[in-house]
Design a protein around this ligand. Structure first.
Ligand SMILES: Nc1ncnc2c1ncn2[C@@H]1O[C@H](COP(=O)(O)OP(=O)(O)OP(=O)(O)O)[C@@H](O)[C@H]1O
Length: 309
């Protein structure tokens, strides 16, 4: 039985099409990432799968159960960690956990094994009110609460948003370690580099899934030679390259500009010469391996219009 499956999910908020015929399958024990920028539709999809939002159309099943007809049974089998910290700020760490355990008719002791690795890190602060915890500790508490009833499927909506890099890494380590318990995890993020920490990912943009693959598989499908180019002025390079008749995609990437050409075989010197003949001196150019972000940019390139700030 597929733990998470969705078919042709459409979500309209009035005139806003938040999800446009989204289909998805996540296999048992997978750590699966929904990757996309703000507004891509990640929260809407997670809420629909988590039985918190009714889709405009389409169907979805969790552990073989329909998200509309069998939502009550589903809720017993899933854990959900929303994007915003949603625990009771005035309750202590321990009280929050006991509260969530009691909702599911269980106790902290009964399921201690599953959350032990995570909970032990905040246990010294168990008498502290949740509102007084640091960001990283709040995240660990929220994850412990989402796991307290031993869910088969865990949904996490942008758990690393606004969290410091060490706590971000901690969270991914915790998710990796949950794989040994065979929990199926669907996690959303806008940080492209986190895609590499997932078994498989779906890249989302404007309510659509653009591609689903393993991070390596996705990168292997990037079929054009990719070049990183820089000189003193990225904006000038972008402007000149966009005007170049052979340009396929051009976008800023840190201090560099990433470029692909419409032709399969090119001599990078030709591009350097073109730029230098067009008021862009001191051009450095090198061929590089694509990252997940490059794959994303390539898939969305039709919508990319870079304008200077
Ligand atoms: N309740 C709502 N009413 C109207 N529009 C909404 C509502 N919720 C979301 N939207 C719109 O639907 C689109 C998808 O939003 P959604 O929150 O699902 O995306 P997201 O990828 O999770 O982004 P974010 O990180 O900003 O939450 C956006 O254009 C958003 O403005």
């Amino acid at each position: 039985m597929t733990p998470i499956s969705a078919k042709n999910i459409v979500m309209n908020y009035g005139k806003v099409k938040a999800l446009d015929a989204v289909s998805l399958k996540v296999e048992k024990g997978e750590l699966f990432g929904l990757i996309g920028p703000d507004g891509a539709g990640k929260t809407s999809l997670i809420k629909i799968l988590g039985t918190l939002l009714l889709a405009t159309s389409g169907t979805a099943e969790i552990e073989g159960m329909d998200v509309v007809k069998q939502y009550q049974n589903i809720r017993r089998q899933i854990g959900y960690m929303p994007g915003k910290f949603s625990l009771y700020q005035d309750l202590t760490v321990e009280e929050n956990l006991n509260f969530y355990a009691s909702i599911f008719g269980t106790t902290l002791e009964e399921n201690y094994d599953l959350i032990k690795d995570i909970y032990q890190q905040i246990e010294p602060f168990k008498k502290r009110r949740a509102g007084k915890l640091s960001g990283g500790m709040k995240q660990k508490l929220a994850l412990s609460c989402a796991l307290i009833h031993k869910p088969k499927v865990l949904f996490l909506d942008e758990p690393t948003r606004g969290v410091d890099p060490v706590s971000r890494q901690d969270l991914w380590d915790m998710l990796q370690s949950l794989k040994k318990d065979n929990i199926t995890i669907l996690v959303s993020t806008a940080y492209m580099e986190e895609a590499l920490l997932c078994d498989r990912i779906s890249l989302m943009d404007h309510g659509k899934i653009l591609a689903t693959n393993s991070p390596d598989g996705l990168i292997a499908n990037f079929d054009k030679p990719l070049y990183a180019i820089r000189s003193g002025n990225s904006f000038n390079i972008i402007k000149k390259l966009k005007a170049y008749e052979h340009a396929n995609s051009v976008y800023p990437f840190g201090d560099w500009v990433h470029y692909t050409d419409k032709r399969d075989m090119i001599d990078p010197l030709e591009i350097k010469t073109y730029l230098e003949n067009n008021d862009t001196p001191n051009v450095e150019i090198k061929q590089i391996k694509a990252s997940v972000e490059d794959c994303y940019m390539s898939l969305t390139s039709k919508n990319q219009n870079y304008e200077p700030a």
